[in-house]
Design a protein around this ligand. Structure first.
Ligand SMILES: [Fe+2]
Ligand SMILES: [Fe+2]
Length: 216
C-alpha cells in the first residue's frame, strides 16, 4: 500500500466544494469553465483508480474536486492583473512573466485567500503547469487531468490520454506508473510545443521533466 502525504491532510468539506462550485462562474466562463468542469470529471475518474491503491478514504474526493475547480481560477486575468497578484502575495515573477506561467501560482494564492483551501489543494493548484520533483498523488491527478481531459484537442494530449487509459484498462494496479509516464509525456509535449512557438520554457518544467525521465 502506498502512503502519500496528501492523505494526511484533513479533507476539504463537501460544503466547501459546493461553495466553490457556486462561485466559480464569477471568475471564469465559456470554454475555460467547460475545461474546468471537464478536469474535475477526469480527475475524479482517475482518483477512483488511485485511491484504492493508496488506501485512502473517500473524503479526499473533495480535495480532488476543489483543486480541479480552482486550478485555472485566475487564467482569465491580464498580465498586469497577474503581476499585481504576484506583488500582493510575494510570488516570484520569473525571468519571462506570462499569464500561461503565472496563473497557476496566482490561482493557488487567491484560492487560499478566498476559500481557505488546505495545503494539499494549494500545492496541486500551484504546480499544475510545471509539475515539481516530489509531487503528491493529488498533484499528479490534477496535472494529468488538466492535460488529458477530453476537450483538449492537441494531438499530444490525445496521445497522452490514449497512453494513460491503455495502461489503466489493462492493469488498473499500475495506475501510479501510468500517472508518472503520462506526466513525462505531457512535459515532453509542452516543451516541444513551446519550442515550436519559440516561447520561453520555465526552468521548473525542465527540472520536473528530468525528474520523471527514465533512461533506457
Ligand atoms: Fe492552467
Ligand atoms: Fe487547466
Amino acid at each position: 500500500m502506498i502512503k502519500d502525504e496528501f492523505f494526511t491532510f484533513p479533507a476539504t468539506s463537501p460544503e466547501k466544494v459546493e461553495e466553490i462550485r457556486s462561485k466559480i462562474g464569477d471568475f471564469i466562463s465559456g470554454s475555460r469553465l467547460e475545461h474546468t468542469f471537464s478536469v474535475e470529471k477526469e480527475a475524479l475518474n482517475i482518483a477512483k483508480y488511485v485511491f484504492p491503491v493508496c488506501g485512502t478514504d473517500n473524503s479526499h474526493f473533495y480535495d480532488v474536486s476543489a483543486s480541479a475547480l480552482l486550478h485555472d481560477i485566475t487564467k482569465g486575468l491580464s498580465l498586469a492583473e497577474q503581476l499585481e497578484l504576484c506583488e500582493k502575495y510575494g510570488i516570484e515573477k520569473g525571468e519571462f512573466p506570462s499569464c500561461a506561467l503565472l496563473h497557476s501560482k496566482t490561482a493557488a494564492y487567491l484560492s487560499r485567500e478566498l476559500f481557505g483551501v488546505n495545503d494539499a489543494v494549494f500545492s496541486a493548484i500551484l504546480c499544475h503547469t510545471t509539475g515539481k520533483e516530489n509531487m503528491s498523488v493529488l498533484d499528479k491527478i490534477i496535472f494529468v487531468s488538466d492535460y488529458i481531459e477530453p476537450n483538449r484537442e492537441y494531438e499530444e494530449c490525445k496521445k497522452a490520454r490514449e497512453y494513460f487509459y491503455e495502461i489503466v484498462s489493462n492493469s488498473p494496479e499500475s495506475i501510479l506508473t501510468a500517472l508518472d509516464g503520462t506526466i513525462l509525456l505531457s512535459l515532453d509535449g509542452t516543451i516541444r510545443s513551446l519550442l515550436r512557438k519559440n516561447q520561453p520554457i520555465d526552468v521548473q518544467t525542465i527540472i520536473t521533466r528530468n525528474h520523471f525521465f527514465k533512461p533506457n
